[in-house]
Design a protein around this ligand. Sequence first.
Ligand SMILES: [Mn+2]
Length: 337
Amino acid sequence: MDISKKLECEIMDIKTQIIEQINDASNIAIIMHDNPDADAIGSAIALEEILKQLNKNTAIITQNKIKKKYAQIFGKARVNKYYLPNFYFDVLFVLDCSEQSRISIKLKDYSDNIIVIDHHKNFNPYGTIYWQENKISNSILIFYLIKELIKQKYNVFFTEIIATALYMGISGDSFNFRNLNTTAETHQISAELIEYGADLEYVNEIEKYSRSILKLQKQVWDNLIYDEQYKIIYTVISPQTIKDAKSTYEDASQIINVMRLISDVDVAIVFIPLKNKVYIKTRSHSINVSRIMKLFGGGGHELAAGAVCYSDTTFSVVNSVIKKVKEAIDISKRQAK
Ligand SMILES: [Mn+2]
């Protein structure tokens, strides 16, 4: 058997293994990485809907408050609150989470059977069983799990909620299909989800910025630093700035997505100091920022990563991050020659 065929077999096998675990379980919980994004939430909702179709008791554990804008898809009653049930489940799914450290609760408190489904390249294995496959979005893996269930003649089908949830996840992690990792597969699956009734208007709504970002932008734009030689753009957003603009930390971290769309920018970085921590958010068009964020105790995707750094001086964090980014750019320039 050639290697790719063998690999395909193993991947098939893991999906079937997961389906068997679902079959044997009655109570199934789902958890996502901390501060879940559209991909994590989309994956969780779609999986939950499918499990309900299979008559399972389900729960989505929320170790963070889910933002209000997800109310339509996540349920009004479930947003903006924690949900940490006092219950032991037959199976606990962990979604879109490359590192166990990105979960703040103890998984073992909820189940001894932990199934991990993750799409990150830098996945660090954990769980009873795991299915890791490099894809642009975790929602694509959930899509394939549903397809496998249908293939194996389970009585499941794509609803509009599932289609919207998965489309939202793919759109989110691909930066609206702008990410260079976007492939024909990304579009083919998205097209199929539109056929199943994905609510594009709602997905667009989620991706909009709140009005409170405007005042903050005004302040931030005045303090942007642009390095023309390295094409790095960065800024420090202090708690005082956020307060003065009557804005929020969410707005502050959203600004990175505006910065990355400026022409002649390769790497965009936002530093948000809070107490003795500095939150770092990075976006890149070519440099592997996940590798750099790892040096600061963080991680993420190659082109979108972050870290939380313990330090009393923002200045030193900014300097060392910028230094590392410049080193990475120098190396890639040398390699390109
Ligand atoms: Mn993801």
